[in-house]
Design a protein around this ligand. Sequence first.
Ligand code: GLY
Length: 343
Amino acid sequence: MKQGKILFGGLRSLDRELNGEPWRDARYTILLDENTFQCCLPALISSVGVLQEAEFIEVPSGEECKSLEVAAQVWQTLLEGGADRRHVLVCLGGGSVCDLGGFVSAGFKRGIRHIHVPTTLLAMVDAAIGGKTGVDFGGVKNSIGFFFPAELTVIDHVFCDTLDTVQTLCGKMEMVKTAAVADPELFRGLLARDGDLPVQAIREVARLKTRVVKADPYDLGIRKILNLGHTFGHAIEVYRGMPHGLAVGVGMKVAMYLSMKKLGFSESVYVAYSQWFESQMNAVGSVVPKFTLKDIEQMLALMRNDKKCADGDLCCVLLQELGAAVIDVYVSDNEVRDAMLHL
Ligand code: GLY
């Protein structure tokens, strides 16, 4: 499966790209939500000439847009507008709009091209790269979806200025996760920074992710390393209603604790991460959650539903050391209880 091109030159580079031959016949529809309509659409259409005439479709913000019902409404609008296979969907938003937009594009007339313009840090470094699309179904996140890479993903850090501190921390958490499994030096560099993220770090993480998904586009092997912290994080996200990135941050703490107990992962790295994470959470007015055994039982049920578990066994990604992740490590319920009580 061919992965699309990443444009690191921002909206201006998208403008140049769309004037090229492959896009000569294209007709564009912009998929956006209420927030990106207000905060990001003006920058997009003032920078990218061919989008000035584009139609747009607004969907609910956040996870709420990731449903078959919303996907059907978007298909209906495309059909009513006479869209054909020349149509290109430009997904202007965070991870949810990108996931939905990719899903809609994969299904419409057996597949139309789509372009991701991620507007959150999390989407720039993770969700908009690698072709995972999906909607939530049957109470399970991302349970219906396809691998269908965007033709182009445009990284423009100007959109980072539209984010609040929690959204920024969510993106930072996915960056720290990718660095933990793929680039120890970058991991240490990210933990050492207090304030703003250098644009260079966003690019480095986007490149790391691209390298991993090219090696394993269908998520059958090495790509699973990108799920560090996610088995626990998804359960915490659903159970506590925490934003995805923050829940992944907690999940990484659980995963590092288990890594220390089971694989000899460095205690000093675990402690450094825990202290850094706690200070980041405090800075955005959040706290690292505590769980009772009763909470953990309910989250264990959610974890067993997670698509990363085979035959009801709880499998997760752990770390032998920074940059050396191990996939499909079996963990017992008691080990999870111990790690989560330890938070
Ligand atoms: N977010 C993990 C992946 O794309 O595989």
